[in-house]
Design a protein around this ligand. Structure first.
Ligand SMILES: Nc1ncnc2c1ncn2[C@@H]1O[C@H](COP(=O)(O)OP(=O)(O)O)[C@@H](O)[C@H]1O
Ligand SMILES: [Mg+2]
Length: 304
């Protein structure tokens, strides 16, 4: 029988994946964002960076955010971190409104934000010491976090002695050392080469599996989002709004070989459709479709 409304492939979940999402939804809500908006005032006028943003994140869920450049991803995560105010709506962490930064949220940015004058151990100890732990206790905890990110051999090294991937491991250890409820990551692997990036993704999933942490992760890399996430929040630009929230149908544990699986490819095709919609063909102005190309060769030299 012909079905007039076939379910798109990316919405089809195996029984295991469906059961996993049911378990996630049954967990408590850690983060709730209600009708969130942000408008910047500037001498040139107002810019609405975010509008009507609404979603919930459950305990130990891994949520990725993707969207075109300038759609408000960094603005959103900075508001969640309490580094920036919002102009509409509400952000609740464990049911309480977020007002300013706090140790219940750990941040990891793309740029290396380690203190260059402190060793790896001192960088990771910094938060616990600020939060009132004694030096010995802070040191003991720091060594555990450094071990978790696989850098035990480098406790006394300084940031300039580490590779990009290692620096981001330290940044993760430092964020986790405050024992946050949620880890907020803004394109943390964006500056790494492709191979290191893949290793860091697998490593982050391993850490996430082993500790009680919820992750909110921004990226513009579709493969990265699908590989990491339980759900993907797709934003659109001007103004930044939630376009769709996708439950990733790829089973866990994740591994690189899944990149060619039917679920992975169906999800990626859907994301591409949302992020890069086909450009409208402009029949009035042919210039826009076929820009004039200046030729410095003769026709016989054609390369294709
Ligand atoms: N401090 C600011 N003042 C005015 N406009 C800003 C400010 N920060 C960001 N914006 C604007 O808000 C929008 C979203 O920016 P951003 O959150 O950095 O996007 P993304 O991280 O998705 O690339 C952009 O249009 C940007 O120009
Ligand atoms: Mg950004």
């Amino acid at each position: 029988m012909h079905n007039p409304h076939p379910v798109p492939d990316y919405l089809i979940q195996s029984p295991e994946v469906r059961a996993r999402f049911e378990r996630i939804r049954a967990r408590e809500v850690i983060l709730e964002v209600k009708d969130l908006g942000k408008t910047y005032d500037s001498p040139q006028g107002q810019t609405t960076a975010l509008r009507n943003i609404e979603f919930k994140v459950h305990r130990r869920e891994f949520v990725c955010v993707i969207g075109p450049s300038g759609c408000g991803k960094s603005t959103l995560i900075r508001i969640l971190a309490g580094l920036e105010s919002h102009t509409a709506g509400e952000v609740l962490l464990d049911g309480k409104p977020v007002e300013g930064p706090g140790p219940d949220r750990g941040m990891v940015f793309q740029g290396y934000t380690l203190f260059p004058w402190l060793s790896v151990k001192q960088n990771v100890m910094f938060g616990p010491e600020m939060n009132g732990r004694g030096k010995l206790e802070a040191e003991r905890e720091a060594l555990q976090w450094i071990d978790l990110v696989g850098l035990s051999k480098f406790v006394d090294a300084y940031p300039h002695q580490l590779s990009g991937g290692m620096k981001q491991r330290v940044a993760i250890a430092r964020a986790l050392a405050n024992q946050p409820r949620i880890l907020l990551m803004d394109e943390p692997f964006g500056a790494l080469d492709a191979q290191t990036r893949c290793k860091m993704q697998a490593h982050l999933l391993e850490i996430w599996k082993n500790i009680d942490i919820t992750v909110f992760f921004i990226t513009h890399d579709l493969d990265e989002a699908i590989f990491l996430a339980d759900r993907i929040l797709v934003l659109k630009a001007h103004p930044g709004e939630v376009q769709e929230i996708i439950e990733v149908p790829v089973p866990r544990p994740r591994h690189q070989a899944q990149i060619t699986s039917a679920e992975f490819m169906a999800t990626k095709a859907r994301l591409e459709e949302l992020i890069h919609p086909p450009a409208p063909v402009d029949t009035e102005d042919d210039e826009g479709v076929h820009p004039h190309v200046f030729r410095m060769t003769s026709v016989e030299d054609n390369v294709e």
